[in-house]
Design a protein. Structure first.
Lengths: 327, 330
């Protein structure tokens, strides 16, 4: 792996949310271990997909990378600079380079602001240019995401879900970022609209050389858009590989089960498929199982899995997995 | 061909709102055969849920009203039945599973009580017997320690378990028809696989007919025998499942299939997106509802709404255009 190509390095990142008891005197009685020691790189210009089921910590990972949550421990290096040690005015210029697109286009736009105000806000906050320049930039951004610049003075409620998500994309692009964390950007949209937004994200990546961290639970969409894919389960990354490698040759039993659970829109293919049906539910991240976190649902778990945490190892070139029995 | 259990003809439902009348369902006709699984596919607000709610007499009125049509269940019209009569059928012979397992249980009653309720009401057995049967049903849908968990409240169940309990409740009186309205949409994919596995197993065991509503063409591919595609309050295409995926005829169906990335695709191809947005159903449609987004649109599409006509023996489509040639359909 060429080291100079790395845009962002996540190093043993941990984020725990405290569970407290008591009203006047709050005592910490435990922690939700949302992200528990994960490490990976994002290379310049690539799309890294992050998949997992609800509550596995994928959104927390995205937010902790952007320092929207401060990590409990571990480091996030952006072009070699440790973001976790930066504060206030030192962090602010870094924030301009990393933006986020949120899941819910209905909740992530302020209903009392016009589209121009929403898209222009990052420019105002970061003091980029005067009113005239900002207005020009807003028009240009609207065009770039496929909206009519004449809509600039409308309010979010006048737009459909897909159009709102385009507004969210335009806002994320306003400061010319390098990295965009896309947190389930299409899950709230209708199927025919999802493709519009995914195509837009792909086009923008080609035009602007963007790097994406694409967080989603939809494996077929992640496979479509990503160059590499990381699979999360209960706060840890269990497997990371090139997208073709991961889908054709999954090594972790969780990845295998997850892939087999995704329905394929083709009756002929569905007939021939063998499914791995996992037993039970995801355990609570406040009290994760000892050793391997997946062992309670794993079809090949053995005594060793309860005793020892599996090591994160590179089993094949560029294909990492955390499982005692993967080979 | 197996006998029909349900025959819906020309069903139309409207809602009165402050801004005018919403034409949610505009003349929908279809049949359901004994033991058959019928998929109803469409995006949000295409009328798929309103269709089944209308059939079951569950449309809140006002503001909603079934304005025309009939829905014959074993020869009797559900739409003209009194509330008393339909209550005997609903929950017993035709039962329903709702989308959101988080909100469709009563939070202050135990799971056991709620699963036992239809048994108690429809089969006239004592509460004790009904509870016993509820325990068996929970075990049937794969809830561990089912007997002990009867006294749990809904918040003590996870999403997947609640949806299982909901299915147990729907199956309580061995229905002839199970209506499932997006029952797995709120669940994770591994839990969805569990639920689909249970439903397929029980369908084969109990031989009930299923109407499965979803926006996910992947689920339908593995589950249904026949599919209705809905758009703008109309059925725009109806076909056996393999036929539909192999030879889709309506431009909307073609677009939907093209906009899905496939897990088993070998190369990266750009997704085919459908431009524009789904219609707002505030006007009585006089032209094809898909015309504003259709790549094949002709003059006729803007003047006349195409009826659902037979394209092949079991394949019906509502479109003036032949998507192969781009010209008018012969």
């Amino acid at each position: 792996m060429s080291q100079d190509n790395v845009l962002l390095r996540v190093d043993h990142l941990v984020k725990h949310f405290p569970i407290t008891k008591g009203i006047l005197v709050q005592k910490q009685v435990g922690a939700v271990r949302a992200v528990d020691d994960i490490s990976f790189d994002i290379r310049r210009g690539e799309t890294l997909g992050l998949v997992g089921e609800s509550g596995c910590g994928k959104s927390t990972t995205g937010r902790t990378i952007l320092q929207l949550y401060r990590p409990t421990s571990g480091h996030v290096y952006y072009e070699g600079k440790d973001l976790t040690t930066l504060k206030g005015s030192a962090l602010r210029p870094m924030r301009a380079k990393m933006q986020m697109i949120f899941q819910d286009p209905y909740a992530s736009l302020n209903p009392r602001m016009t589209v121009a105000e929403i898209i222009g806000e990052p420019l105002v906050v970061h003091k980029v240019g005067g009113t005239k320049e900002i207005n020009e930039r807003v028009d240009q951004l609207l065009g770039q995401v496929g909206l009519n610049p004449a809509f600039a003075n409308r309010y979010p409620h006048e737009f459909s879900g897909g159009q709102r998500q385009r507004i969210g994309v335009a806002r994320a692009l306003a400061l010319n970022p390098d990295l965009i964390v896309c947190d389930e950007p299409i899950s709230a949209l209708d199927v025919s609209i999802q493709a519009q937004v995914v195509n837009l994200l792909e086009d923008l990546q080609d035009q602007l050389g963007l790097t994406y961290l694409f967080i989603a639970h939809d494996l077929s969409m992640v496979r479509h858009i990503s160059d590499r894919v990381a699979v999360m389960y209960l706060g840890i990354i269990v497997e990371l590989a090139d997208r073709a490698e991961l889908y054709h040759n999954p090594l972790h039993p969780y990845t295998q089960a997850l892939l087999s659970a995704v329905p394929i829109p083709d009756p002929q293919a569905e007939e021939k498929r063998a499914r791995i049906i996992l037993e039970g539910d995801v355990p609570s991240p406040a009290n994760p199982p000892s050793g391997c976190r997946f062992r309670t649902r794993c079809p090949i778990a053995q005594a060793l899995c309860a005793e020892e945490k599996p090591v994160w190892r590179e089993l094949r070139p560029d294909h990492f997995v955390a499982c005692h029995f993967a080979n | 061909m197996a006998p029909k259990v349900l025959e819906v003809k020309d069903l139309a439902t409207q809602f009165k709102t402050r801004d005018g009348i919403v034409h949610a369902v505009n003349g929908v006709s279809f049949e359901l055969q004994e033991g058959e699984t019928l998929g109803i596919v469409g995006e949000s607000a295409c009328g798929k849920t309103v269709t089944v709610l209308s059939i079951l007499g569950l449309i809140p009125s006002p503001p909603g009203k079934v304005v025309s049509g009939s829905a014959h269940y074993l020869g009797k019209d559900l739409l003209t039945m009194s509330d008393e009569e339909i209550r005997f059928i609903r929950g017993a012979q035709i039962s329903m599973v709702f989308q959101d397992p988080m909100t469709s249980f009563n939070p202050v009653l135990t799971i056991g009580r709620q699963v036992a309720e239809p048994i108690e009401i429809h089969q006239g057995v004592s509460r004790k017997e009904a509870l016993e049967r509820a325990g068996e049903l929970l075990a049937l849908v794969g809830i561990p320690n089912a007997k002990e968990r009867l006294s749990d409240y809904p918040h003590q169940f996870s999403g997947g378990m609640r949806q299982r309990a909901m299915i147990a409740m729907a199956l309580a009186c061995s229905p002839t028809v199970l209506v499932a309205d997006e029952p797995t949409t709120a669940l994770d994919v591994t839990i969805q696989a569990q639920i689909l596995d249970i439903v397929k197993r029980l369908r084969d065991q109990l031989g009930m007919a299923i109407i499965w509503i979803t926006h996910d063409l992947g689920i339908i591919a593995g589950l249904a025998q026949r599919v209705n595609v809905m758009y703008g309050g109309f059925i725009v295409e109806e076909a056996p499942v393999k036929e539909l995926y192999a030879h889709p005829q309506h431009p909307y169906t073609i677009g939907l299939l093209g906009s899905l990335p496939r897990l088993d695709a070998s190369t990266h191809t750009r997704l085919v997106s459908i431009d524009g947005v789904p219609p707002v159903l505030m006007k009585k449609p006089t032209s094809c509802p898909f015309a504003p987004r259709c790549p094949f649109v002709m003059d006729r599409c803007l003047q006349e709404n195409p009826p659902l006509l037979s394209f092949d023996t079991h394949h019906r489509v509502a479109c003036w255009v032949d998507p192969k040639t781009g010209g008018a359909r012969a």
